[in-house]
Every structure is written in structure tokens, then in C-alpha cells.
Write a protein that binds this ligand. Sequence first.
Ligand SMILES: Cc1cc2nc3c(=O)[nH]c(=O)nc-3n(C[C@H](O)[C@H](O)[C@H](O)COP(=O)(O)OP(=O)(O)OC[C@H]3O[C@@H](n4cnc5c(N)ncnc54)[C@H](O)[C@@H]3O)c2cc1C
Length: 477
Amino acid sequence: MADLILHWHRRDLRITDNIALYSARRKSSKVVGVFCLDPGILRREDVAPARATYMIESLRELQESYLQAGSQLLIFQGLPTEVLPAIAVGLGAKAVVWNKDVEPYSRDRDRTVAAALREAGIEVETFWDQLLHAPKEIMTGAGQAYTVYTPFWRNWNAQPKAQPVEPLQNVEGLNDAEQQIAETVGAIALPTAHDLGFGWDNELPLHPGAQAAQECLEQFCDRALNEYREQRDFPAIAGTSRLSAALKFGTIGIRTVWATSRAVYEEARSDETRANVQVWHQELAWREFYQHVMYFFPELAEGAYRLPLKTFPWEGNPDHFQAWCDGMTGYPIVDAAMRQMNEIGWMHNRCRMIVASFLTKDLILDFRLGEKYFMQKLMDWDLSANNGGWQWSASSGMDPKPLRIFNPASQAQKFDADAEYIRQWLPELRSLDTAMLVTGMIPQRDRDRCNYPAAIVDHKIQQARFKVLYQNQKVLS
Ligand SMILES: Cc1cc2nc3c(=O)[nH]c(=O)nc-3n(C[C@H](O)[C@H](O)[C@H](O)COP(=O)(O)OP(=O)(O)OC[C@H]3O[C@@H](n4cnc5c(N)ncnc54)[C@H](O)[C@@H]3O)c2cc1C
């Protein structure tokens, strides 16, 4: 009889191009998937309902994929530190395998799970899967972790990349008696997101599951990738891949993403196309850079990295924060972006930068407030990318350029010149002139008529105030 190997799924909700799963299949013909609905992660106030819905629906498809391959995906609700040893011992598994993560919570949890399994005599094998290059593979000449993106990118881009691995197939699952044991240990039917308390009735802008992720990648590589450099900054245009949730939950393998986009590069007839692909690859490298720095500097997850910002005297106006959350600051581009996120659980990258700059530099509010709010709303929320984006915007991270302040009006004039995006998300302002919408210079009578608030702060004044506070901090630190 074949040895049973359990594959513990976490951020790899697919059976295709999955390194640990592929390795398990090479060792045995009997491979069963396990997923834990971890109460340590599913704390309701921290989880965006759209994200929970994406995850659950991706798991539903994953269960189907396991059945088609000949096995099953077991679902448990409980702490992995308890569930994994219990099910592995209960089923007499020879080994448990999984793909590693960079986040502090996951690394601590994984160490505890591995120790408990080994103590019970069960083998543990772990792999890097979610990155093209694992931490420690891309280091400076002096053997240090990079803290600056550009040299990281050059080194990362120059390294050869692995090819996708074969999908799980022709595999054996649990027999009836073993299935019974799994249920005794606590295996349950997959609940809905609603069952778990996450109500989300809108359509998801990024479709769950591996099949949708693959289609999304192919469509993007066929079309928008060819114009990515010119179009990626315009929020009214579908000029980016919208693969972020797929990459967060691993409904697509990063090697597949690389191979598909690299083929566009290889087959390109113009330097222009190659340049577009290269710019997109730089975004994939940002994703990896932020995961590497989270791995080497886990203290980033707790707060500012740069000294002047570590003890910054942030202002704590709760009304300002609430107005920002609700998309009611009186700055149309900021409000449109916040309403987009509140309504669909996703926001365009340009707008993430605009609203993050506004929260930190105009409202002078602690970036961690915004970081947490994004966590509660984004379906693609990822600790490393979100923290990296917020620290970049707050000028508190690794970024060598210290002060970056976005002017909402110039941003709108440049990236939403026809106010198409603003009109889409602020329907109450649709009838106003484009010039008013992009500059934000809307007369009070029009604001009253449209039931739209006055600007809660003055950008020029706040920008000057922030600069003074920042200089004072620099002197002190
Ligand atoms: C304040 C702030 C918060 C952010 N929070 C998140 C987050 O929680 N989760 C998240 O995935 N991205 C986050 N980003 C990065 C970026 O906004 C999103 O990855 C991007 O908008 C997703 O859209 P896309 O898939 O169409 O991206 P594309 O432009 O098609 O990029 C392809 C992929 O590269 C990665 N990527 C692109 N830009 C970045 C970046 N700046 N940093 C890290 N990875 C990047 C993503 O995985 C993305 O799917 C944040 C950015 C900012 C400024």
C-alpha cells in the first residue's frame, strides 16, 4: 500500500504548478490535501468579506480539482497547530508537506506545527513556491539582504527562473474507513463565506479559482500587457492584470505567470512590447522585494522602519479618519478611490498611492490606520505588499526618497483627466464639469446641491505642516 502524504494548502490554492504538491506526488501515489480555516487568521474584524469569499470559492474549486485527480481536499476548522498533528497521526500519514511563507505569524505557526509533527514521528518537508526567488537567493555582494528596490530588481531579473511543474494527477485518496477517521478528527464540509460570518453579495471583480486565474493571465498577456507601460496608471482603464488576489492566494503559480509573460517577451517583434513586459516584471519584482524584506525585517509589520517616522507625532482626528474611510473627504479623486474599494474590495494601484499619501501627508494620520483599513477591505490584501505600499507612501519604509507628497488635484489631472473614474465611483457628482472634478475646486453651492462635503483639510496648508513636523523629527532623531 502506498504511503499517505498530506499536503497542507495555505497560499497555494491550486493543484497545478505547485512545488510541494508536485514533490509529494513524486514520492507517493497517495496524496491528500488539507486546509485549515484558522481562527487565528479569520478574526472577523480583520478580514475583508470579499477576500473571505474569494478564498472559500477558490477552495470549492480546489476540492473539485482533487476529486478529478482521484483524491480529496479535507477541510478543518481549528488551529493548524492542533489540527495537523491530529489528522496526520489519525490517518497514519508518513509525511506532511507544505509551501513556506514569509509572514511572521505563518513562520511561527509553521515552526510549531513542524515540531509537533516530528515529535509524533511524522516527516515534514517544506518548499519555496510563492516566489520566483526565495529569500536568501537574492542577496547583495556582501551577502546582506537588500533594503533598496533598484539593485534588488537588477539582481533578481538577471537570475534564471524555474519552469512550472506538472499538475497533480492519477492520484489515490482516502478509502471509506480513512474518510471516517478524518471526520472523527474534525473534517467538515466546506462552509460558505456567509456561514463564517462574511457577507459579500456583490460580484467579485477578481474571479476566484485556478481556472479563472489562468484565463485572466492569458487574456492579460494577449492584450493589456502589450500596452502596460502606457496604461497601467490610469484607473479608468483596465490596463493592469488584476491578478493580485490570484497571486495572494496562489490560485496561479508564479512560475506559470513568469513563463506566460516571458513568452510574450521572447516572441515580441518590437522593443516597445519588450519594454512593456519588462515594466510588468518590475511589478512582480516589487511583490518579491516586499516579501523578502518582510522575511528579513519582520519588525516592519509592527511599524515604521525609518527613524524620523518611528516616533512621528501623528494627529489622531477620528472624524478625518472616518471621512477618509467613507470616501467623504471632499477631494473627488480620493473619495472615488475609497468608494471603489468599499464597493468592490479592490482599488487601482495609482489610487492606492493617492489615498495613502492623503491619509498620511494631508490628514497627518498614522499609516497603520490606513494599513489596517485596507486589510479589512481588500480582497487581494497581502501583509508584505500592503505594508510595503503604506510605508512607501508614508515615507517610513526602506525607500531612499524620504518625502513623497502627492497633490490630489495634479494626480487627478494627470491620471483621470476626463474624470471618468471619478464619475464612475461618485455618481452624485456626475453632472459637474470635468475641470471641477479633477481640480477638486467645486463651488460650495454645487457641493450642497450634490450633497457632497466641503474639503475637510486644505492640501497646501497640510503639506506645509507635514514638512515642518518631519523636519523637527529629523532634528530629534
Ligand atoms: C498603499 C498600498 C497598499 C497596497 N496593498 C496591496 C495588497 O494588500 N496586496 C497586493 O497584492 N498589492 C498591494 N499593493 C500593490 C498594488 O497596488 C497591487 O498589487 C495592484 O494594484 C494589483 O493590481 P494588479 O493585479 O492589476 O497589478 P499589476 O499591475 O498587473 O501587477 C502584477 C502583480 O504584481 C504585484 N504588484 C504590483 N504592484 C505592486 C506593488 N507596488 N507592490 C507589491 N506587489 C505589486 C501584484 O501581485 C500584482 O498582481 C498596494 C499598493 C499600495 C500603494
